[in-house]
Ligand binder design. Structure first.
Ligand SMILES: [Zn+2]
Length: 65
């Protein structure tokens, strides 16, 4: 049984048929967008993915103030 590792987040995924896995070789459309963003020259600007890397930055500031 094959498995493929997402080149963006490194998650192991079971190999699936093309119909089951449209974002191959990425685990999700989000990782595909990240890769696309890198190709376009911005490695942190994600065009359509809401950030979950800093989920509490705004809440933190609100609490401190
Ligand atoms: Zn991924």
């Amino acid at each position: 049984m094959n498995s493929i590792r997402c080149p963006i987040c490194g998650r192991d995924m079971p190999a699936a048929g093309p119909g089951d896995w449209p974002d191959r070789p990425f685990c999700s459309s989000r990782c595909r967008l990240i890769d696309l963003g890198r190709w376009l020259g911005g490695d942190y600007c994600l065009p359509a993915a809401p950030s979950d890397t800093e989920p509490e930055s705004e809440a933190d500031e609100a609490e401190r103030n």
